[in-house]
Design a protein around this ligand. Structure first.
Ligand code: NI
Length: 178
């Protein structure tokens, strides 16, 4: 297993559209393991393959308190959304930045599991928010896109400064770093 480098906003590679996985082979299984290790080490509760510069539709999520409940979504598609909820979100690709984002309250997501079986999952609360955040990554979208132009500009400048000076900011809370 390996810990992979996470792309940091505004890296243009975060905008590359991810392609569906056509063959669930050992390479994909290794990618899933490496992504899980990268997410756990960060630490975060969700990671999309795009964030480690692999433009494939693969997501890993673990919202448990003790990193004991890894969920893998391959070619995820949100087939139903209901209600609305606002959550303070963060992102491993936008270190140290947290902002409220409005999303559907509950969703149903259809995806393949690691055995290549199609699974429909109903999710609400944090799990629902996390899945929506990660599926956005697969479509080249980052949570700061939902914020005002002014806020986006401030975040861009702050992160570019951090990168220039080699500063690693520590997330205030890992509970919402998706
Ligand atoms: Ni994210």
């Amino acid at each position: 297993m390996a810990v992979l480098d996470i792309l940091v906003y505004p890296d243009p590679r975060l905008r590359q559209p991810a392609l569906p996985v056509s063959l669930l082979d050992d390479e994909i299984r290794r990618l899933v393991r490496d992504m899980a290790e990268t997410m756990y080490q960060a630490p975060g509760i969700g990671l999309a393959a795009v964030q480690v510069n692999v433009p494939l539709r693969v997501i890993v999520i673990d919202i448990s308190a003790d990193q004991s409940d890894l969920q893998v979504f391959i070619n995820p598609e949100i087939i139903e959304r209901t209600g609305a909820t606002q959550t303070e979100e963060g992102c491993l690709s936008v270190p140290g930045i947290f902002a409220p984002v409005e999303r559907a309250d509950s969703i149903t997501v259809r995806s393949l599991n690691q055995d290549g079986e199609t699974v429909d999952l109903y999710a609400e609360g944090l799990m629902s928010v996390c899945i929506q955040h990660e599926v956005d990554h697969l479509d080249g979208k980052v949570f700061v896109d939902y914020l005002s132009r002014l806020k986006q500009e401030r975040i861009r400048k702050r992160l570019q400064k951090q990168i220039k000076h080699g500063i690693q900011s520590t997330p205030v809370s890992d509970a919402v770093t998706l």
